[in-house]
Structure formats: C-alpha cells, structure tokens
Ligand binder design. Sequence first.
Ligand code: ADP
Ligand code: MG
Length: 675
Amino acid sequence: MAVNRDTPLRFIKGVGEATGNKLAKLGLITAGDLIEFFPRRYEYRDELYLLADAPLGDPCATVLTVCSAPSLRYGNKNISYVKVNACDQSGTATLTFFNQPWMEKSLVYGRKFRVWGKVERYGYSFQISSPEIEPYSEDLPKVLPIYPLTKGVNQQLIRRLVKAVEACIEEEHNPIPPEIIQAQGLMERNAAVRALHFPQNRESVEKAKRSLAFEELILFQLALRRVRGSVNRGLATAMSYKDTGIGKFFTALPFSLTNAQERVVKEVFADLCRETPMCRMVQGDVGCGKTVIAAAAMAFAVKNGLQCAMMAPTEILANQHFITLGKLFEGFGIELALLTGSTSAKEKRRIKSGLSEGSIQAVVGTNAIIQKDVEYKNLGLVITDEQHRFGVLQRAALADKSTIRQPHSLVMSATPIPRSLSLILYGDMDISIIDSLPPGRQVIETRCVGEEKRQAVYDFINKQIAKGRQAYIICPLVEDGEGTADDKKSVESYKALFAKALPNVSALCLHGRMKGKEKDEVMSAFERGEASVLISTTVVEVGVNVPNATVMLIENAECFGLSQLHQLRGRVGRGDHKSFCIMLTDKASARLEVLCETTDGFKIAEADLAARGPGDFFGARQSGDARFAHASSADIPLIETTRNLAASLEKHPSPVLEEAVRRYLGGLGSENIFN
Ligand code: ADP
Ligand code: MG
C-alpha cells in the first residue's frame, strides 16, 4: 500500500484497530502525525565510555567483557537476580538483571557486550543495575531515538512505524529559502526530520533540532508580524486634547496620581494623539494602580467621540472593572455597559444594539465582547487586562472589530515579565512600566513554614477572623485524583479538613470548574463578608479585590511558580489592615525564600525564570503563544536572529513560506481566539 501523510496509522500493516486506538492517545492518527512526532531524547550509544570515566548519574554506553560465571538467585516473591562481573581495561563492574533468568545463559564467560546503563561507583568497584546489553559488533545501531510512550505502545513499535511511513517525509516542502538555510548553517526541513527519526550522531541531531527550532521561530515571527500588520495597516483615529475637558477626570479622582502613573498616562495620551495605532503594554505590579490609567484612556477616547472596549480574562474581574470604572466615570457622563457570558439575553440585545448605534460608549467584558455578532459603531480604543491570559491572536480579533479605522490598543499586565520573554510574547509592543506603588501601601509580611506549623497557622487565622478580618486559602487542585491523593491539595477535600480544624469558621469554596455565575455568587458573598474564609484554586489570582482580607494561606506552595505566588499575595494588603502571606510547604525551598525577601515583581519574575525555565513560566495553560514544539523561548540569540530575518523575508514573499505561515496561524487556531 502506498502510504501518504493522510494514511491512517491503523491501516498500516500490523497495526489494526486496538493499536490504532492506543496510538491515538499520543495524538497519532495519521502517518503525517507520526512524522511530526519527534523523539523526546536520544541515547548516544556510539559514545563509548570506560567504566572509570563514566558520567555519574546518567546512563551511558560501555563495552565490557564477561569475566565471571553468572549467578542466578531468587529473592522475595520469587524475584530472580542474575549477577555477573564484566570488565574493561579500567575496572570491573557487577551487572545485575532483575527478573530475566534467561540472561544466565547469554552471559558467557569471555563474551563482549555493549552495555547501556547507569554506572554507579562504590570505592573501586562499579555496579550497573538493569542494563541493556547487546553482543558487541561494529555495526550496532549507534544512536537510539526515545519517543514519548503510552500504555501498550513501546519504542520498538514507534520506531518500526516511523520506518514504515518514512517515505512521506519527502512530501513536505521546505518553507525556508535555501539561501537562508545555507547562510545559517541549517538543514533543509526534510533532512532535519529524517535526522531526528533516524539519528546518526550527536552533531546531526543537534543541527536538525536547531533547524526545526529556527523554522518554528521564523514562522512564529512572521505570524506575529502578520497579526500586527493587520493591526497596523489601517490608520487609527488620532485624538485631541481640545474641548475634551479631560482635566476634569483627574481632578475628580479621590487620590492624586503617582509620578509613575503620571508618566504612563502621558505616554498613553501621546500615542492616542497619533494616527498610528497605539500598541502599548502597561506593566506594573499588582496594586500599582493600572485601572486608573485604563480609565483615563477610555475617558479620553469617549470625549473624542469614540467607543472603547475593555476585555478582562474572567467574569469576576470584568464585574469588578465595571464597578470601579463606573465610580471613576461618575459625573463624567459616560454610558458604560457590562457584557459577559452570563449577561441575560435581553440585556445582551440592548448592549449590542447600543454598541452598534453608538449610544453605548464603553463596554467592559470577557471575551464575549469579541464574539462575531458584536458590532461597534466606531471603536477607537481596545484595552485588554491581565494580558498574559490572552494570545496575540485574541488581541488581533479585537482589533479587527473596528470597521474602517483600526482602534488603538492598550494592554495591562500585572505580571512583570523578564525582558527576554516580553520580546517573544509582545514583540514590537511599546512598554510602559509603573515601577512604584501608591503611597502608604503596606508591606505584606510573608513567611514560608512547614507542616509542623499548621496548627499555629490555623490559630493565627482564627485570631484574624476574631478581629473581623477574612482569609484566603489556596489549594493547587479542584478535586482529588488529579494525579495525587494529598487531601491538602484539593479545594474539595480541604474544606472538610478545614471544617474539622476550625469548626466555627464559615468557609466558601471557589474553583475554575464552577460556572461563571456560580463563581461570581461565591466571590460576591465573600466580598460582602458572608464567609470568613475562601478556599480556592488560583482563580482568585487575577485582580480580585477584597480589602478586608488580611491572610493569604497557600497550601503546597511548592506547586506554584514564584510569579504566581506573588500575584496571589497581591490579593491581600488591599485595605488598611496589616496583611500576611503564609506559604505552607513540606519541601523546604530556597526558591520560595525570594518571596519573603522582596516584593519587587520584576526581581521575582527573573528568579522564577531562572528557577523554572521559560516553558513553565506562565504555567502550562497560560503560556499560550509562548509554547513551541522545537524552539525554546530561552534561546534569545535565535529569537533575535529570526526576528530580524522575518522582517527581511516579509519583503520577498514566497508561496511556500506564505502557505507555511498560513498553516501556522491556522494551527494556533480559532480555539485560541475564543477560549
Ligand atoms: P492594579 O494595578 O493591580 O490593577 P488597581 O488599579 O486595582 O491596581 O489599584 C489598586 C488600588 O490602588 C485601588 O484601590 C486604587 O483605587 C488605588 N490607587 C490607584 N492609584 C492610586 C494613587 N495614585 N493613590 C492612591 N491610591 C491609588
Ligand atoms: Mg488590575
């Protein structure tokens, strides 16, 4: 049978229905899927070590000659052990094989084997447990690809299937122009794919990886430019200070702006007065006062006769913004609406027609405001809050909403991001930083404690509650069985535990599996003080504001990233009362100490990046457009290179590259836009 990329794997000889289903668990349906399914790592069995030089802790290949008679013994539960001594010129190792009694027969005195395993050293003697052995010869396979597996699918099966579909590697075109391949010392796509599935040596594997990473980054950069390009093509409406009375907005504020806020307002207003669409991000720690910047920009737009939209990642946050903005706009005559998933059908209709005829000037909402059926009369400014939750493409979708002219776009992020990452995520955005907090803001006392302090922590919470305060308790999971049996990890079982520890304290639960409406009810009940404790997953992380809450207790703090912990900490200390953040963890961790030492979000972000690497920086779900199959977002030089190249490639479009970018954008998909 002629195999092409679309051939279902289950039609391949020797596969069938059952195996096909198992492969599907790995996302492998067609031959093409398999071609794009790359080894997780490689075993370089051609790099031979002497026992004495073997790296400690990592498996490696040695060539050993059997130098004793093997012994077969049986231990508890009838487990068999075959032990034998084998040596090279540098020493002798004892090899142990568990439950492979037949090994006794193969391990003939004087026979030479290539041995793959972790060499452990005890004084002058070496040991290798459960090695893999092959009778030594010159033409043993040299490098083994190791694929991710699932139950019922082993390496042999994957390797055999890859071999069976090998021919369809060639169906793909190479999207990168050959001059660039040459100049950058890369491999053509097909050669690289081949080199990864049928590895020859470390050098070619590395080169192939680099080639695919390069291609991925080029496509990403081009896609980014495409999205931005569509944003930047149309002219924006230039606004003007004339006759807007915008000064009134500032004089009516209950506080005066900090220097940092004033600087950022100036930067934003200057952008708004241009015809080039603003594409600016305001970065600033939790509580630094970004909302008022957004409000000022919105007021400015409305007074210039334009509509504006503000998108928040959750309903809770959208509601809060609606209330806050309502207050800030008081007496300023702005018609503001709230549009979320749980807005009633009737209200939705009212808002939609108000937006399309222009009687509603500003709207706050979740991604409901970028759905296809929402039309704006003259959208002039789009604000997205808590940026990292939205992908590049979502921003583009919102920008696309404006019919003739492009709206200005302002993005608010409470996650200070190391420069290296912001380069990837926000490419050519302008960045404004609010680097100081409003005056009088208290420092949240932060402690990292072990399990032995649990009772003391509960007593402390109890005292705070007796004073009329409230507390958050954060658990990593919604329910048990998400890969753990630890009942302190899940919101649901924690509640029972907590009820025993502090029976007189009222507690509510909140987690991401609840419906939007349910969540909002719990949140507002907590805001109204109807419960003293809120047991929650990280859904409270974003923007929630309960000034009366003074304790943030984080269970299993080691499960969270530093930036995330910092965000959680920002939920308390919002009122006049002294506030506390307590991280409970069994695993004493130097990593968490950073939080006790500093409240500077940028410092914490750098430490987080250093500790966990960029892949985990935002957490798996949140990373969105930061996730690459081949590239690493830590490879700044490669990112810079591809960024510059993308700019020049755009000037010489090739149909193959064009198609690849289109596919790349398609792969990120509509699900990314509307999730
Ligand atoms: P974030 O940057 O986390 O979105 P917010 O905009 O919610 O912060 O502001 C946090 C709190 O600080 C709000 O209660 C807000 O009214 C207050 N605030 C903002 N700017 C100032 C200021 N210049 N002086 C005093 N309080 C301020
Ligand atoms: Mg905010």
